[in-house]
Design a binder for this molecule. Structure first.
Ligand code: MEV
Length: 339
C-alpha cells in the first residue's frame, strides 16, 4: 500500500484576478488530503471523510473520461459550464470519479486498484480541498504503477482535473498544492510559478471559517465573468496592482501596508460580488482594531485569512465575534509520499 498527501492552500491576495492573467500570492497550509492506493480486482474508492464508497469497472471509467472531455469541449465553446457542473454534482462520487478516470486516461492505466481518501481539508471552503486531491490522485497512481511522474507532469494532470471541476481555473490552486511553500503564480503561456521565501511572515496569520459556500468555485468564477466587463476589469486590474505591491511589501516586511492591501483586496472582491455578510462583518471588525482581513479563494463563504501584529488581540476579538480563529502552519511541503 502506498500513501501520498497534498496540502491545502490560502490566497494571501490575487484570487479571481488570477483567472484573468493577473498574479496571485498563494500559500500552502498545514491541513492535508491523504490518499492510499493498492492493486485490487476492481477500481474501488472509499472517501472516508464523507463516508462514501463506490466500485467501478475500467471500461466504465474510460467512458466517463471521454464523456467528460466531450462535455468540457462543448461547454468551453458555448462559454457555459453549467451542464458539466451538474453532471459532476449528480453523479455518485462525481468529482473523485472524474479525477481518477482522467488520471487513468492520462497515464494509460488499465489495471484496477483501490483508493482510500482521508482529507482534513474542509470541502468547498476555499482551502483547496479539490486542488489537493487533484494533485494527490496522479501522484499516488504514478507511485503505484511506477510511472515516475515529475512534479511538473503531476501538476499538468492536476490542472486538467481541476478544469473538469471548475471550467477554466487559473491553475494556481493545483500548483500550490503540488509544489507547496508560498508561490507567486501568474497564468500565461507558460505559467509563471515562482517560490516566495516568506518564513519571517508566517506568524500572526489566522484562518477563520465563515460557513460552507452556497456556490462552487466554478459558479463563483462564472458569476464574476458575467459582470459588466468594464466594471469587472477595472477591479481585476486594481487587484493585480495590489498583488505586485504586496510582493514588495512582503520583501520589505512592511506589515502596515500588507494589512492595508489585504483590506483593499477584500473591498474589491466584495464589489465583484464574492463576499457575504459574515465575511464583511469580520473584515470590518478586524480592520477596526488595526488588522487586515480578507476572504481566501473563491469566496461566497468559506475561510478568511486575517493578520494582526498582536496575535492574542486578534484571536480574542475573533472569538468575541462568535468565530473560531485557527492558527495553522503555513508554507508547508507540497505533494509527497508518506513514509
Ligand atoms: C479559487 O481558489 C481561486 C480562484 O482565483 C479561481 C482560480 O484561480 O482558478 C477564485
Amino acid at each position: 500500500m502506498i500513501t501520498c498527501s497534498a496540502p491545502g492552500k490560502t490566497h494571501l491576495i490575487g484570487e479571481h484576478a488570477v483567472v484573468y492573467g493577473e498574479p496571485a500570492i498563494i500559500i500552502s497550509v498545514g491541513k492535508r488530503a491523504y490518499i492510499s492506493a493498492e492493486k485490487s480486482e476492481s477500481v474501488k474508492i472509499y472517501a472516508q471523510d464523507i463516508n462514501q464508497s463506490g466500485e467501478f469497472s475500467i471500461s466504465e471509467l474510460k467512458e466517463f473520461a471521454e464523456k467528460l472531455q466531450q462535455l468540457w469541449d462543448n461547454c468551453f465553446e458555448t462559454k457555459d459550464f453549467a451542464p458539466l457542473y451538474s453532471l459532476l454534482k449528480n453523479e455518485h462520487l462525481g468529482h473523485i470519479k472524474a479525477m481518477i478516470a482522467n488520471t487513468m486516461a492520462e497515464l494509460d492505466i488499465n489495471a484496477p486498484f483501490s483508493l482510500k481518501i482521508n482529507s482534513n481539508i474542509p470541502i468547498g471552503s476555499g482551502l483547496g480541498s479539490s486542488a489537493a486531491l487533484s494533485v494527490a490522485v496522479p501522484k499516488v497512481l504514478s507511485e503505484l504503477f511506477r510511472k515516475n511522474l515529475t512534479l511538473e507532469e503531476i501538476n499538468q494532470i492536476a490542472y486538467k482535473i481541476e478544469s473538469l471541476a471548475h471550467g477554466t481555473p487559473s491553475g494556481g490552486d493545483n500548483s500550490i498544492c503540488c509544489y507547496g511553500g508560498a508561490l507567486w503564480f501568474k497564468k500565461g503561456t507558460p505559467n509563471v510559478i515562482e517560490p516566495l521565501h516568506l518564513d519571517f511572515t508566517m506568524k500572526n496569520f489566522v484562518l477563520v471559517f465563515t460557513g460552507i459556500p452556497k456556490l462552487t468555485t466554478g459558479e463563483l468564477v462564472s458569476n464574476v465573468r458575467s459582470l459588466d466587463p468594464e466594471y469587472r476589469d477595472m477591479r481585476i486590474k486594481q487587484l493585480g496592482a495590489y498583488t505586485y505591491e504586496m510582493r514588495d511589501c512582503l520583501t520589505e516586511q512592511n506589515f502596515t501596508r500588507i494589512k492595508e492591501l489585504m483590506n483593499l483586496a477584500q473591498e474589491l472582491l466584495a464589489e465583484l460580488g464574492v463576499s457575504i455578510e459574515a465575511i464583511d462583518e469580520i473584515h470590518n471588525a478586524v480592520k477596526s482594531i488595526g488588522g487586515g482581513a480578507k476572504l481566501s479563494g473563491a469566496g461566497g463563504g468559506g475561510y478568511m485569512v486575517c493578520y494582526h501584529e498582536d496575535l492574542q488581540l486578534l484571536k480574542k476579538f475573533i472569538k468575541e465575534l462568535g468565530y473560531v480563529p485557527e492558527q495553522v502552519e503555513l508554507g508547508v511541503e507540497g505533494v509527497r509520499v508518506e513514509k
